[in-house]
Unconditional design. Structure first.
Length: 201
């Protein structure tokens, strides 16, 4: 098992060549709690154009044969959508000094093999390579504690993120909308940001 695992990296417009693979993987992984994402490939292809259009964006993906089974992305915060930039703008941050980390996703069968750390290593190295970014950040959905779809054995990734040197910034939040599993309309979700100083690398 896992003998056919390979990885690939893409930058900027090169990401267009794997948009469909990435979109399918995002839909599969984000169906699970806490995202409960009822996604469509058409929406994914449109959303992911943000990365294709950013000259400094980066994707690192893992394949098992021809199937993408894990992936992570990042790009300068200044190239992100308004919803992502807004809390930083309102808080007075210099957006040109921040690198934003997108998804870090793996199909369940491939977890526990060290890819989560590898994903952070790859993104942090990419951000550091430019020599102009002081902060890396990402956001995560926050569901209510007693959400009915929360699995009994669910454990958030907070401890893993903290081990990587990231700290939660509750004052930095965005409201994203998507349809939950089984829904046909989008509802707002609270997204809270985690940050790390590049000087800590």
């Amino acid at each position: 098992m896992y003998q056919n695992l390979t990885f690939t990296t893409k930058r900027g417009p090169e990401i267009a060549s794997v948009i469909e693979d990435l979109g399918k993987l995002r839909i599969a992984v984000f169906r699970d709690y806490p995202y409960l994402y009822e996604g469509t490939l058409d929406y994914e292809k449109e959303y992911l154009q943000t990365y294709v259009k950013s000259p400094r964006s980066f994707l690192f993906a893992v394949y098992d044969g021809a199937e993408m089974v894990g992936a992570t992305t990042c790009l300068p915060l200044i190239d992100e959508t308004h919803d992502v930039r807004q809390p930083f703008e309102e808080a007075g941050f210099d957006l040109t000094s921040i690198f934003y980390f997108g998804e870090s996703i793996l199909l369940p069968a491939y977890r526990g093999l060290g890819w989560g750390h590898r994903f952070f290593d790859e993104r942090e190295a990419h951000a550091r390579s430019f020599g102009t970014y002081n902060i890396t950040c990402f956001c995560a959905v926050e569901r209510e504690e007693n959400h009915p779809a929360k699995p009994e054995a669910y454990r958030p990734n907070d401890a893993f993120w903290a081990k990587r040197g990231y700290h939660k910034e509750p004052s930095l939040q965005s409201g994203f909308e998507w349809p939950d599993i089984g829904q046909t309309h989008s509802t707002p979700k609270k997204m809270v940001y985690w940050m790390r100083s590049i000087s800590q690398y």
